[in-house]
Design a protein around this ligand. Sequence first.
Ligand code: F6R
Length: 242
Amino acid sequence: MNIIQVNDTEEMSSIAAEKMIDCLKEKPHAVFGLATGSTPEGTYRTFIEQVHERKLDITKLTTINLDEYVGLAPSHPMSYHAYMKQHFFTPLGLEPSQTNLPRGDAPDPEEEAQRYEALIQQVGGIDFQLLGIGENGHIAFNEPGTPFQSRTQVVRLTANTREVNSRFFDKKEDVPTHALTMGLATIMEARSIVLLANGERKREAITRCIEGEINEEAPASILRNHAHVTVIADKEALRDIS
Ligand code: F6R
C-alpha cells in the first residue's frame, strides 16, 4: 500500500486527478470506477479542468459507479445518478452511454445487483477505482461485517451511515434504508485503486485501514491485500499513523 500524505484537500484532489489523467492518457478506452460523496468533489473538478485544458480525448472512456440508494430513481436529486450528472458527467461532457450506475428504482433490486456485477465483467473490468472511506470504515456501501468475498449486492445501511449521510437530505427519515453496492471482492478486482481521505472524521477509519488487523470489521483493511493501492490522505486523517 502506497501512502501519500498531503497538506490539504486541494493537494489530495490534484494528485488524485493527475492519476486519473495518467490512466486516461495511457489507455483512452479506460474504465473508471467512481465514488460519490464529499471527498471526490475536488478531484472531479480538477480532472475536468485538466481534461478541457489539455484537450484530452474522453470519448472512449467508460465510467462505472460503486453504488446507489435503493428506491431512488435517477431523477431524484439525492440519487447518486444526480450527483454524478452534476459533478462529473455533464461538466466533463460524457455521453449517457459511457456512464453506468446501478438503478435504485429497479423493480427487482437483487436482479439489478446481478446485472451490474455482470456489466463490470462485460466492460472488461475496472482500470482505475476511486474510493472514499466512511467514518465507520466502509468502502462503497460495504459496512463493517461485510464478507470479504462479497460481490455486487443489496445491503442494509447501518444507523451510523444513515445518520452521517442525512446531511444531504431534508430529514433523517428520508435517507434510504438500503443500497445497491459493488462488493468487496468486486472492488478488489480493479487493476488499480486510489483511496482518498481527508479530515479528522476519517482518522479512526484510515488508521484501521492502514495499520489495524485485516478483518471484516474494518472493510477498508482488505485493500492491504491488493498490489496496486494508493492512499492519498491529509495530515488530519493520518495523525495516528505511526
Ligand atoms: C460513495 C461511497 C461511500 C463514500 C463514503 C465517504 O459512493 O461509496 O463509501 O465514499 O461514505 O463519503 P464522504 O466522501 O461524503 O465522506
